[in-house]
Write a protein that binds this ligand. Structure first.
Ligand SMILES: [Zn+2]
Length: 164
């Protein structure tokens, strides 16, 4: 799938409005309303569009699950090097928001090229990003907020299955 974002003035996508065929900047914007606004990374968007295409239903971004400025990220207890700070990550879900729906979404996110996938079965979303695995490329957050790291999505899913 190919689409272009603001390569020239004739494109209908722009950095802070409709940023791709199925996503608007407002879906990603930092909840605190800070300025200047961080852009959404193009590779992230391209992967989200591919995922939107193969899952064939709307993908929703959680509040604060798109871009976060440093103060907001600190306030919500985000990792200090979080890719959300750079517009390179999204916390997403589909409706109806079921465990098996999330697992299906994670499988498909893996297929379209997201490099890291975090499973949050008790918060009902998955984290996807495009930064290199370090070395884990998948993780699961349990009901108590404890993180477990894995080098394959399959083992992360197996683990999440046992928790739920
Ligand atoms: Zn902010």
């Amino acid at each position: 799938m190919n689409f272009k974002i603001n390569d020239n003035k004739e494109e209908r996508y722009d950095d802070y409005g409709q940023i791709s065929p199925n996503f608007h900047y407002n879906e990603f914007s930092c909840p605190c309303g800070c300025e200047p606004k961080q852009k959404v990374n193009r590779k992230l968007l391209e992967n989200l569009e591919r995922l939107r295409f193969i899952i064939n239903k709307p993908i929703y971004i959680t509040k604060g699950g798109g871009i976060r400025c440093k103060p907001y990220n600190d306030r919500v207890g985000g990792y200090s090097q979080s890719p959300h700070l750079k517009g390179k990550a999204a916390d997403i879900y589909i409706k109806p928001n079921t465990f098996y729906g999330l697992i299906d979404l994670a499988h498909k996110a893996d297929k379209v090229g997201f490099t890291r996938i975090g499973l949050y079965p008790f918060s009902h979303f998955i984290h996807v990003d495009i930064i290199p695995p370090s070395p884990s490329n998948s993780w699961v957050r349990d009901v108590n907020g404890k993180y477990f790291y894995f080098t394959s999505l399959a083992t992360a899913i197996e683990f999440a299955n046992e928790l739920t």
